[in-house]
Ligand binder design. Structure first.
Ligand code: FES
Length: 644
């Protein structure tokens, strides 16, 4: 991607961004304040700028008159960088800004979510060779002389045309065989599933349907379920979708769901709820991609151990009781219909294997899909979801642990929290002088709520602006209507009601901040324990991979201000997005990846934190911004000093 230099005046600050970058985001990254309150929807009209030099492209907005355009005004949020630029921020777009922001970016990593195709490049040496293939065939119709049975006729032709002899036949594929072969004048498409070194005929369709071969990758999260539809012939990701796991109504975390599952028919209910979420996502994906249900030939599912058990309808009871034993860690193929999934008869599901009760198939998938299992250098993998799972190691060894983080970064337990989807505030800056925010939403539409990356930004900015203290408590003496106290406690108004899509103020409350601090404290404590157990200082870690369902951007310096991750050079960090989905996708695309996943699960050593007394100690020390011992975070110390 071509880089462009953007210089902002009168701040005289510059930043390098990818060609095509949104100009308001470029200003945010350069720490230049531009008023922006509608999230980039183009409706508040406050983010006016003038382009003094260079090329841009812009989307129209009724907020700019023809006279404005003639005068050279642009709305930063509707403008994209096409070349090196010189941009002037006029006084009206800085209203209320008394002085130029002087904070230096001490760490400047901005993790841009990898595109699905780029993410596949994280793993080296794999080739497109899916577990499922479709073969088109034309049979000769039977006659009195050539009176072989339908299946034998099919086998004869498969041998003749493709040299395929040795395969099993799924009984379900035989049910409509006679009618299917005759439907299109003996032209048919055969689906083969390869498993354990053998092939199995799983489906026969009428006509030539070779090119309709889609796989479904699913990340079964405790809070959110993500799914992607892939074209298995080309390896391309067609569409993605996500939804809250319908089980959330029965408990927010895995422990409450295990307890719930132990009464009456609740286990079956939980199984049906998660399957209904996946079925809903299948509908959405098929509609979006204009594909049909019969195009789906295979599914790969990755989830934590409890979610996997609940998806399969297995009793998770002993996952919760010492010594924390799951019913299964490795699962063979399951027929999708048996689980209640509304797909074809011949579709099978592969569930990625886990290591332990609290390090499941989602982590195996992440280690696979991020390429960590191939890494020569020492790598730290951090998956931030409802549980925080951490893995340290490289191609030779893997040490893992899990800490109960809670669903805060996925929007759970946060008043206006939401998943990373259109309308979610994903970037926030707050003026150190006026305490006014500048926000950008996913899809640049009116804000509906705030997602994980927006929360990280917002809490870090509130802290750096002295609006909250190290314990996350509000300073109520500030001269701004943005900070207020009501019956629910103190809060900060990110967007006023008239500029939101929900018709009410979007706020971050003291209780929200408290939840976020607990979540980050648990993750930081987990990282510390793993490093201490391996007797490795953080400086020896050469690569950090951060996985999680954040927005499109995750800024490392903000995550460090929060104390979510230790302070490390930004060039060592990669933000990989949903690691679980990366691995599930790879298993769909390459059959050899199934045995690689199983090898990873066997190789991982698991450290149980619930019996580790040092965990609580580390957790309590991490319940501050960024940490009780701020010397562990020199860049934050420097930023605090520079703010005066
Ligand atoms: Fe650009 Fe509102 S018009 S942020």
């Amino acid at each position: 991607m071509r880089k462009c230099k953007v210089v902002f005046y009168p701040d005289n600050k510059q930043i390098e961004v990818d060609k095509g970058e949104n100009l308001l985001r470029a200003a945010m990254l350069a720490e230049v304040h531009v008023n922006a309150s509608c999230g980039g929807d183009g409706t508040c009209g406050k983010c006016r700028v003038v382009i003094d030099e260079g090329r841009v492209s812009r989307q129209p907005s009724p907020k700019l008159s023809s006279e404005d355009i003639e005068k050279g005004y642009y709305l930063a949020c509707r403008t994209h960088v096409e070349s090196d630029l010189i941009v002037r921020i006029p006084p009206e777009s800085r209203l209320g800004e008394k002085r130029v922001l002087d904070r230096r970016r001490t760490v400047s990593a901005c993790g841009l979510l990898l595109s699905p195709e780029d993410a596949l490049g994280l793993v080296k040496g794999w080739k497109l060779d899916p577990k499922v293939r479709k073969l088109s065939i034309q049979l000769s119709p039977p006659t009195l002389e050539d009176n072989l049975g339908d299946l034998e006729r099919l086998k004869r032709e498969l041998d003749r045309k493709y040299g395929i002899r040795d395969f099993q036949v799924s009984f379900a594929a035989l049910r409509n065989l006679a009618a299917t072969l005759r439907e299109r004048n003996w032209q048919a498409t055969i689906t083969f599933l390869s498993h354990g070194g053998r092939e199995r005929l799983v489906q026969v369709e009428a006509g030539d349907r070779q090119k309709y071969n889609c796989g479904l990758a699913v990340d079964l999260g405790t809070t959110t379920v993500y799914a992607q539809l892939l074209d298995l012939n080309t390896g391309k990701t067609l569409v993605s979708a996500s939804d809250y796991n319908a089980q959330v109504s029965c408990g927010e975390d895995v422990i409450t769901r295990i307890i719930y599952s132990q009464k009456g028919e609740n286990l079956a209910r939980l199984q049906q709820l998660v399957v209904s979420t996946v079925n809903g996502l299948i509908d959405v994906l098929l509609q979006k991609s204009k594909r049909s249900i019969s195009d789906i030939t295979f599914m790969a599912v990755a989830g934590n151990t409890t979610m996997t058990h609940l998806f399969l309808g297995l009793n998770p009871k002993y996952i919760r009781e010492e010594p924390y034993i799951p019913t299964i860690a490795f699962c063979s193929l399951v027929r999708a219909r048996e689980l209640g999934l509304e797909v074809g008869d011949g579709v099978y599901v592969y569930v990625l294997p886990g290591r332990a009760s609290y390090v499941g198939g989602d982590i195996t998938a992440g280690i696979l899909g991020s390429g960590m299992y191939q890494a020569d250098e020492l790598t730290l993998y951090i998956d931030i979801g409802t549980n925080g799972e951490i893995v340290l190691g490289n191609r030779d060894w893997l040490l893992s642990c899990s800490c109960s983080a809670g669903p805060a970064f996925e929007g759970g337990t946060i008043k206006h929290g939401m998943r990373a989807m259109t309308g979610a505030i994903e970037s926030v800056r707050i003026s150190r002088d006026t305490y006014e925010p500048m926000i950008l939403t996913i899809g640049q539409t009116k804000p509906k709520g705030i997602c994980g990356s927006g929360m990280i930004d917002a809490v870090a900015e509130l802290f750096l602006s002295r609006i909250i203290d190290q314990k996350g408590k509000f300073n109520l003496d500030l001269d701004t209507p943005r900070v207020r106290k009501n019956e629910g406690g103190a809060e900060y108004v990110l967007t006023w009601a008239n500029e939101t899509a929900i018709g009410k103020d979007i706020v971050l409350t003291e209780a929200d901040i408290d939840n976020l601090i607990k979540t980050k404290g648990a993750i930081y404590a987990g990282i510390s324990i793993l490093l201490d157990s391996a007797q490795i200082p953080i400086s020896d870690v050469k690569q950090v991979l951060i996985a999680g369902g954040f927005g499109h951007y995750l800024e490392l310096d903000k995550a460090i201000v929060l104390g979510l991750v230790p302070e490390i050079p930004c060039e060592r960090v990669k933000f990989i997005g949903n690691g679980s989905l990366l691995g599930a996708r790879l298993v769909l695309l390459s059959k050899e990846m199934e045995s690689v996943a199983e090898e990873i699960a066997r190789k991982m050593t698991y450290l149980e934190l619930s019996v580790n007394p040092a965990f609580m100690e580390n957790f309590i020390s991490a319940l501050f911004l960024p940490h009780t011992n701020i010397e562990k975070f020199p860049s934050v110390m420097a930023a605090l000093k520079s703010r005066g």
